[in-house]
Design a protein around this ligand. Structure first.
Ligand code: SF4
Ligand code: SF4
Length: 140
């Protein structure tokens, strides 16, 4: 929504998977950087200010190399603007975090992220099929 200014699932930078009728699973970019280097035009880089992995969409040639490089499926092709698209953390103020009333998506520092992951891992012990939903983090 923030990047394109419209609500359109096909153009979204984050995704929600319905795993069960009552369980929706938000899928967001980890900002892990594994896709950096996949672009033959060198259009993907870490934004030092926000910590996000950003794509220089203006010069995208639609080769889809980056799409194939992400192990989480977090890069897609915008069918209207015709370039690769991924979460850019909304410039450091993720809108999805602000609007998720259930707090299913968190944006926290690495110290808290590690603690939350430990707590989530401990909570899911013995609960088959459950896993932590903490995927994004900010640096500093
Ligand atoms: S798009 Fe995929 S590979 Fe690139 S930073 Fe996000 S999760 Fe990592
Ligand atoms: S689709 Fe665009 S951003 Fe992705 S690898 Fe190709 S040129 Fe680079």
């Amino acid at each position: 929504m923030k990047q394109k200014g419209v609500i359109n699932i096909e153009r979204a930078a984050i995704h929600v998977l319905r795993r069960e009728p009552s369980i929706d699973d938000p899928m967001v970019c980890l900002q892990c950087g594994l896709c950096i280097g996949s672009c033959p035009k060198d259009l993907i880089a870490r934004n030092r200010k926000t910590g996000a992995v950003d794509i220089d969409t203006e010069n995208c040639t639609l080769c889809a190399s980056c799409v194939l490089s992400c192990p989480y499926g977090m890069i897609s092709i915008d069918p209207i603007d015709r370039h690769a698209v991924k979460c850019n953390l909304c410039g450091g103020q993720p809108e999805c975090v602000k609007h998720c009333r259930e707090e299913a998506i968190l944006y926290v520092g690495v110290d808290k992220a590690a603690r939350y992951r430990r707590e989530a891992a401990a909570a899911r012990k013995g609960k088959e099929g459950r896993r932590p939903n903490i995927r994004g983090f900010k640096v500093g």
